[in-house]
Design a protein around this ligand. Structure first.
Ligand code: PMP
Length: 440
């Protein structure tokens, strides 16, 4: 059957019906009509391998998750002002994946809302507002979150750094101030967090409320921090009287393979953990988990109410997602497939001079493209060209990082070797075509 709403028609309607600040992927736009596991199917019936959607963590339209939504939506959906065992069951099961003291959960509807709440908790508990963030960080789309997201306010359409925000040097071991993964490099970068904490004290005479950082940087270009970075940074923050917030929106829930949470790879325990994207497999669900002490200090008399957060449908979804992660052994799969992909990328790097760096953990990886391995000149146009080339071959990825020159891979966790091989074959064709002058 011919689709009465083909992409060309939708593009014209979209230009009128929704805001032009929303972007759309790829040179040749796609209309997806169905999802299944790691696959998306477009309006012509063509299958695309999804190597980039980390939200659909357990696979597109996973039947166990879909059934949980349908079952609970047909039974009851209301708010947290009635008693329900569902929210308690999910809170207890979720916090059981975390270190001991992280026991109290709040449920919200997006990563943005979760980071907003995390900062509110920290700022209320400490009684201060100043916040230390990483350069190139992104924490959400609200006004409050753009204020703590240099990735947004420093770039096109942005505004000057807010006076209550200090930006710490981005701990990028490949192109940053301190190179390499050593602890010396980690400590040196953490020294810049200490400098920010000092700057807050010099400006305000009081401590910073919080330090917020992803445990592995996603929008910064899949950057794994040097060893000991968060350990040393958290020590500085705590010595200065602040709260440590881990944004696990992109890297949590077993994606990094060797651990369930990204911060575990750095050997730290945050005071507040922020979860989003994969927690609901696409259903709008996010969470904040903190300690009983911080939760008590946040309960200063002002009620926290959230119309949709923690509703029974969302709680059923969260449970179903954890069922699948455990039942299908997806963390182990992320480790196995992820290691395989990183090894294959490493092999490609030995043959393609355009590849400057290969990095990541588990199914959270990046390939940074440079025109010159000495100057590290970013190969931004080439990265965009490659992503569009593999899209034409039926594989979906994206680019990111300060220079948009990092090929980004964070597929649904059902990705196995067969899927990884499809991705790598497409990349090999793209690199070969580019080297043969195809990009000109
Ligand atoms: N934190 C990080 C690290 C993110 O990547 C994102 C989304 N890209 C957010 C927070 C915001 O999440 P949401 O889009 O669900 O509001």
């Amino acid at each position: 059957a011919v689709d009465p709403h083909p992409p060309e028609k939708l593009l014209a309607r979209r230009a009128r019906a929704i805001g032009p600040s929303l972007s759309i992927s790829y040179a040749e736009k796609l209309k997806m009509v169905r999802g299944q596991g790691p696959w998306l199917i477009d309006h012509t019936g063509r299958r695309y391998l999804d190597a980039v959607n980390n939200i659909t963590h357990v696979g597109h339209c996973h039947p166990h998750v879909v059934a949980a939504i349908a079952r609970q939506a047909a039974r009851l959906n209301t708010n947290t002002r009635y008693l329900s065992e569902l929210i308690l069951d999910f809170s207890e099961r979720l916090t059981a994946t975390l270190p001991r003291d992280l026991r109290v959960a709040y449920f919200v509807n997006s990563g943005t809302e979760a980071n907003e709440l995390a900062l509110r908790i920290a700022r209320t508990a400490i009684g201060k507002k100043s916040t230390v963030v990483l350069d190139w960080a992104y924490h959400g789309n609200s006004g409050g979150m753009v204020d703590v997201s240099p990735y947004k306010f420093k770039r096109k359409g942005g505004y000057p750094q807010p006076d209550f925000v200090e930006i710490a040097d981005f701990p990028d071991p490949y192109r940053g101030t301190h190179r390499g993964m050593s602890e010396a490099s980690g400590r040196a970068y953490a020294g810049d967090v200490a400098r920010c904490l000092e700057a807050v004290r010099a400006k305000t005479g009081t401590p910073a409320a919080a330090f917020i950082a992803e445990s592995i940087s996603g929008v910064g270009g899949q950057v794994v921090y040097p060893d000991g970075y968060l350990k040393a940074a958290y020590a500085h923050v705590r010595a200065a009287g602040g709260v440590c917030i881990a944004d696990e929106v992109q890297c949590g829930f077993g994606r990094v393979g060797a651990a369930f949470w990204g911060f575990e790879l750095q050997g730290v325990v945050p005071d507040i953990v922020v979860m989003g994207k994969p927690i609901g497999n696409g259903h709008p669900l996010a969470a904040v988990v903190t300690t009983p002490d911080l939760a008590a200090r946040f309960a200063n008399g002002m009620e926290y109410f959230n119309s949709f957060g923690g509703n029974p449908v969302s709680m059923a979804v969260g449970m179903a997602v954890l069922d699948v992660i455990e039942g299908e052994g997806l963390q182990a799969r992320a480790l196995e497939t992820g290691d395989y992909m990183l090894a294959r990328f490493g092999d490609m790097a030995a043959r393609h001079p355009l590849i400057g760096d290969v990095r990541g953990r588990g199914l959270f990886s990046g390939v940074e493209l440079v025109r010159d391995r000495a100057t590290l000149e970013p190969a931004t146009a080439e990265a965009g060209w490659i992503v569009n080339h593999i899209r034409r071959q039926g594989v979906l990825a994206s680019t990111d990082g300060p220079f948009d020159n990092v090929l980004k891979f964070k597929p649904p966790m059902v990705f196995g070797r067969a899927e990884a091989d499809i991705l790598i074959d497409a990349l090999e064709v793209a690199f070969a075509d580019l080297a043969a002058g195809g990009g000109a």
